[in-house]
Design a protein around this ligand. Structure first.
Ligand code: BGC
Length: 452
């Protein structure tokens, strides 16, 4: 009976409509936000400090071994913390999301660099003095190479190392940091590292036949639970807000009734979106790799109740076309970005609705335009913040929005080609001077309008 029901629901969803609004009739600037809405900007340490400063990380080792763009010193953030604060202040935002790089704190297993930890502490203190709320991410794709060599998150037994690192960082920073994100985008980590092979450990696995991708994703979710429980027991733990950051990437079929597209989208929607949500919502992890009538799941009831908030990263959807399986992801008339995806603000509304099943406050922890020529940034910001505003009006509990990114930075396997920054960075100059882009002004004005 259950199987028949499942079959029916997947059949019905074939005809589900992809949400589209008529932008010709919308003025996206007609929005206003409550004064306690948390506007912020986001970065991750490796992306702004690079291999020069994070030399003991698995990504630095990955750069050595592979033909990927070199990060170098990135934006030189580690050596210019005050300048970063100046940029944040210039925007008027009230929050800053950044990651604490594990390889800087524990470059060798069991050896903790207290100077580096102290630097993070000073940085958090300075942010607080300037009226900027820090939101710390404990794992943003990178970790120490020694952890990678132990098998990283492939092995459940390794989670204890991540817990120990998290506790040390938490104890050092918690009196300045109210928001903690355990893991950034477990789904993306697994897609890039275990299916596409473009992030470490660089494994290419065929979708549908990638049980390891499921296993690592499951372990990442369990790592969140372990860290959540451990931090809640520390001084300051019960007052801290601890969540995970989940990227929603909807896979929509290009053609309306194509079974192949339907199957591919179903696979990726499970892996990228639903498995993590089911895990935290019901304690039930749905595997993406399974035989047609195999509904077996991993059950982990301890997961329920381990989120104080959900961090939602959203950029766009994938429109999967069987005629161009590796190709661009656009529909006719779409506004293009520099990545292979289009501007799709309706997707943010859909994503907010999707994560709202968790019944916890939602923070948009990343959203921003890859836009080298600064031609769509303003429109992107207007439309996505409009979509978020609409969700607020419809009763969704969205509490904050962090623009990705404060400044141009190292976009992983894409190197420096992708420009996400509100600030443009002159990478040719070792001091990396930063200049506010024209396309950033709408965001600055919106923030100003909210807090004035
Ligand atoms: C990641 C960032 C990345 C951004 C833009 C997110 O998936 O968390 O590290 O730079 O997307 O592609």
């Amino acid at each position: 009976m259950k199987k028949i029901f499942l079959l029916l629901t997947s059949f019905v969803s074939i005809f589900a409509q992809e949400m589209r609004w008529n932008w010709a009739e919308i003025d996206p600037t007609q929005v206003s936000f409550a004064k306690d809405f948390l506007w912020g900007v986001a970065v991750s340490e490796y992306q702004i400090s690079g291999a020069r400063h994070c030399a003991a990380s698995n990504w630095a080792a990955w750069e050595e071994r592979n033909k990927v763009p070199r990060a170098g010193a990135a934006c030189n953030h580690w050596d210019s913390l005050e300048e970063t604060i100046t940029c944040i202040k210039q925007l008027g935002v009230k929050a800053f999301r950044f990651s604490v790089e594990w390889s800087l704190i524990e470059p060798e297993k069991g050896t903790f660099d207290l100077t580096a930890l102290g630097r993070y502490r000073d940085f958090c203190r300075r942010l607080k003095e300037e009226g900027v709320v820090p939101m710390v991410t404990l794992h943003h794709f990178t970790h120490p190479q020694w952890f990678e060599e132990l098998g990283g998150f492939e092995k459940l037994a390794n989670i204890r190392h991540f817990v120990r690192f998290s506790e040390i960082v938490f104890d050092a920073l918690q009196d300045y940091v109210p928001f903690w994100c355990t893991i950034n985008e477990p789904g993306v980590y697994v897609l890039q590292g275990y299916i596409r092979g473009v992030y470490p450990p660089g494994e290419n696995n065929t979708p549908f036949f990638a049980p390891k991708a499921d296993r690592v994703l499951y372990n990442l979710c369990r790592a969140h639970v372990a860290v959540y429980n451990a931090l809640k027991k520390r001084p300051g733990g019960s007052e801290s807000q601890i969540g995970i950051v989940h990227n929603i990437l909807q896979f929509d079929t290009y053609h309306k009734n194509n079974w192949l597209e339907k199957m591919v989208c179903r696979y990726f929607n499970t892996l990228m979106n639903d498995a993590v949500l089911g895990f935290f919502d019901k304690g039930v992890f749905k595997k993406a790799t399974r035989l047609p009538f195999d509904s077996s799941k991993w059950i982990y009831p301890e997961a329920v109740g381990t989120l104080d908030f959900i961090g939602l990263n959203y950029y766009s959807h994938v429109v999967w076309n069987y005629q161009q399986p590796q190709g661009e992801s656009y529909r006719e008339g779409d506004i293009r970005t520099d990545m292979q995806y289009a501007l799709y603000p309706e997707g943010l509304y859909r994503a907010i609705d999707t994560v709202s099943v968790l019944n916890v406050p939602i923070y948009i922890t990343e959203n921003g335009a890859p836009d080298k020529h600064d031609v769509i940034r303003e429109q992107w910001t207007q439309r996505y913040t409009y979509a978020m505003h609409k969700a607020l009006e419809d009763g969704y509990d969205v509490r904050g929005f962090f623009y990705w990114s404060l400044m141009d930075n190292y976009e992983w396997n894409e190197g420096y080609e992708m420009k996400f920054g509100l600030f443009e960075v002159d990478f040719a100059n070792p001091l990396c001077p930063k200049k506010l882009r024209d396309g950033a002004r709408y965001y600055v004005d919106l923030v100003k309008k909210t807090y004035q």
